[in-house]
Every structure is written in structure tokens, then in C-alpha cells.
Design a protein around this ligand. Structure first.
Ligand code: UDP
Length: 332
């Protein structure tokens, strides 16, 4: 299939491009490189350096490309930043999707649309595991921007005959098995890279809170390897392309298993064969105690499977990346 990958130079996008190419699909990457890295992509791949808000460039790309599926990985995704600068999120995440949907409507695009959403649309969940229809009460501008996008995509799909799907990720982590790409956020806020980076630098990692209502008091999350996420995105295109529009659905991508922050720390100690210094700090604002997915719909509709999402593979692939590129893509 032919894919347009908007935001394909980011963490999840670049892993998707790697896996889709490995599976024989043709990817064209569209990215403004504001938060993505050209080095995360094969230099031979078709690449368009442009902003999603640049409707003209987007429309001419869609017109020329005759894509089977369009992927949107181009969101900002820092919860804390979204609280202090919501304008960034309403412009990039919400307006960006509106421009994309408008381009698809105007050009009567026949491509399937696959949108990266997040379990952040639920806020503090009422039920665990979280299923697709559970009540949504996002607690941050980031989560709100994703929920607005979902509503907008659903409305455009139904009104304009588009086939679309929102894939709600739980905790994306790990790195490609062949090396060369991985997680490189600045600042890094995620648990797994922070644990590994602290261990490699012989520093102390802070665990945010140990007084949550969970078995060991630390937060519980559902960690899914980024290559398993990528594979599910390819399956979503296969599924949508076999359907007649209009169609819209939302599907959860997680393993269904929760691990506590201390369990992640212990698993990293085992993989690295060292003791990792840690301290307990205050809770981080807005952290729900537990988040893990009901993934039955993903299995049923997409044939979702996990090949890399055991903690050992997640941590080993992430460790290899951080050892290879301790400064991310800015290798000196
Ligand atoms: N966390 C932590 N120390 C860190 C980074 C994260 O204790 O340096 C905790 C965070 O408070 C949450 C869990 O690890 O309980 C997962 O956080 P992450 O940012 O990786 O993902 P989120 O679930 O927030 O998307």
C-alpha cells in the first residue's frame, strides 16, 4: 500500500515508517521537523518538509500521491506543556487535524485516515481495564485536543464518506530491534527512558508518588512496544481499505497488562544487571493511579497481536538505543 505519514519523523511515526517499509509498503513522510528528526528516516524515502497548517502544500501532496492511507502522527504530546501553553495544542493538534480533514473533503480523497489518539481522552478512568465506550473526561488540554480531534474526524467521516479510525495508545515505549532510532524527547518526561538514562549516568531517578491506591502505591501503566503499535497501524489500513465508507471507529492499543513504576524499575535493574538508585518524590500533577487497556476490540477487528511488548524486550531495545545515542539524534 501507499502511505502518507504526517509526523513520520517523530518517535512513533519513525518506527511506523521503519516497520511499514519492512513489510513492503511505500511511505512518503510529511513533517515540519519541529519536533521530529530527519536522521530517524532512511534518506532515500520521499520526504516533504512542510507544516500541516500549510494547506496548499498538503493539498498538492494529497493530489499527487494517490495514497491508500493517510496517517496523522503529528501532534504535540506533553501534558505539562499543554497546561501552561494550551494555545500550542489547539493550534497544532486541533487546527492541524481540521486542515487535514478539509483537504480530504475538498479533494474527495479516497484514502483511509488513521489518527493517533491517546488514553488521555479518559482522564481518570471510571473502569479498569478501559474500554472504548467508557466515559471520557480529559484532564489536560492535550487530552482535550485529542478528544476534539476524534469528534471532528468522526463527523467528517460520516458527512463526507471518509473511512477513519482513531487508535488510542497506552504507554508507547521501546525502540526498533534493528537500532538507529528510538525515543528522543527534549525534555524527556517518560518513565522508561528516564530510568535507563539515570542508570547509564549513575544518577538517581525520581518516582513520582508512592501513595496511590495500587498494590505497591506507585502508578500502574500499560506499556506497549512501539513496533507493536506500528504493526497495528498497518493492520488498521488493511482493515479500512477493505471496507466501504463512511466509517469511523476508535480502538485501544495496549497489552491489557499493568505494571507499576516500581515494577518497571525492578525490571530495568534485572535487564541491566545493576541496582538503579531511586527516590520517591511528590506526585506529578494529573497522574491517574492506574491506566490499562481493554484490547479485545483491537484483537477482534484488527487481529492485533504483540510480538515485542514483554518488559524484557521493551527494556532491552530501549537500552540499546540509549547506549547507541546517549544524546538522542544530536550525536557529537
Ligand atoms: N514517572 C516517574 N518518574 C519519571 C517519569 C515518569 O515516576 O521520571 C511516572 C509517572 O508519574 C507515571 C508513570 O511514571 O506514574 C508513567 O509516566 P509516563 O510519563 O512515562 O507516561 P504517562 O502514563 O504519563 O503517559
Amino acid at each position: 500500500m501507499r502511505f502518507l505519514v504526517i509526523g513520520g519523523a517523530g518517535y512513533i511515526g519513525s518506527h511506523f515508517v521503519r516497520e511499514a517499509t519492512r513489510q513492503g509498503h511505500e511511505c512518503t513522510v510529511y513533517d515540519n521537523l519541529e519536533r521530529g528528526f530527519r536522521e530517524s528516516l532512511d534518506p532515500k524515502l520521499p520526504f516533504i518538509k512542510a507544516d500541516l497548517l500549510d494547506a496548499k502544500t498538503l493539498e498538492s501532496t494529497l493530489e499527487k500521491g494517490r495514497f491508500d492511507a493517510i496517517y496523522h502522527f503529528a501532534a504535540f504530546a506533553l501534558v505539562g506543556e499543554s497546561v501552561s501553553q494550551p494555545e500550542l495544542y489547539y493550534e497544532n493538534n486541533v487546527e492541524g487535524v481540521r486542515v487535514l480533514m478539509e483537504a480530504m473533503r475538498k479533494l474527495k480523497s479516497q484514502a483511509a485516515l488513521i489518527f493517533s489518539s491517546s488514553c488521555a481522552v479518559f482522564g481518570t478512568p471510571q473502569n479498569l481495564p478501559i474500554s472504548e465506550e467508557d466515559p471520557k473526561k480529559p484532564q489536560s488540554p492535550y487530552g482535550k485536543s485529542k478528544l476534539i480531534d476524534e469528534w471532528m474526524i468522526e463527523d467528517y467521516c460520516h458527512a463526507h464518506g471518509i473511512r477513519g479510525m482513531a487508535l488510542r495508545y497506552f504507554n508507547a515505549c521501546g525502540a526498533d530491534k534493528d537500532g538507529g532510532i528510538g525515543e528522543a524527547h527534549d525534555p524527556e518526561t517518560h518513565l522508561i527512558p528516564n530510568v535507563i538514562k539515570a542508570a547509564l549516568a549513575k544518577q538517581t531517578v525520581t518516582i513520582f508518588g508512592d501513595d496511590f491506591n495500587t498494590p505497591d502505591g506507585t502508578c500502574v501503566r500499560d506499556y506497549i512496544h512501539v513496533t507493536d503499535l506500528a504493526d497495528a497501524h498497518i493492520k488498521a489500513a488493511t482493515y479500512l481499505c477493505a471496507q466501504k465508507g463512511p466509517l469511523y471507529d476508535a480502538i485501544h492499543l495496549g497489552t491489557g497488562n499493568g505494571y507499576s513504576n516500581l515494577e518497571i524499575l525492578k525490571a530495568a535493574e534485572k535487564v541491566m544487571g545493576i541496582k538503579i538508585d531511586h527516590k520517591i518524590g511528590p506526585r506529578r500533577a494529573g497522574d491517574p493511579a492506574g491506566l490499562y487497556a481493554d484490547n479485545r476490540k483491537a484483537k477482534k477487528i484488527l487481529g492485533f497481536v504483540t510480538r515485542y511488548s514483554d518488559l524484557e524486550t521493551i527494556l532491552k531495545t530501549a537500552l540499546a538505543w540509549h547506549q547507541e545515542a546517549p544524546h538522542g539524534y544530536n550525536r557529537e
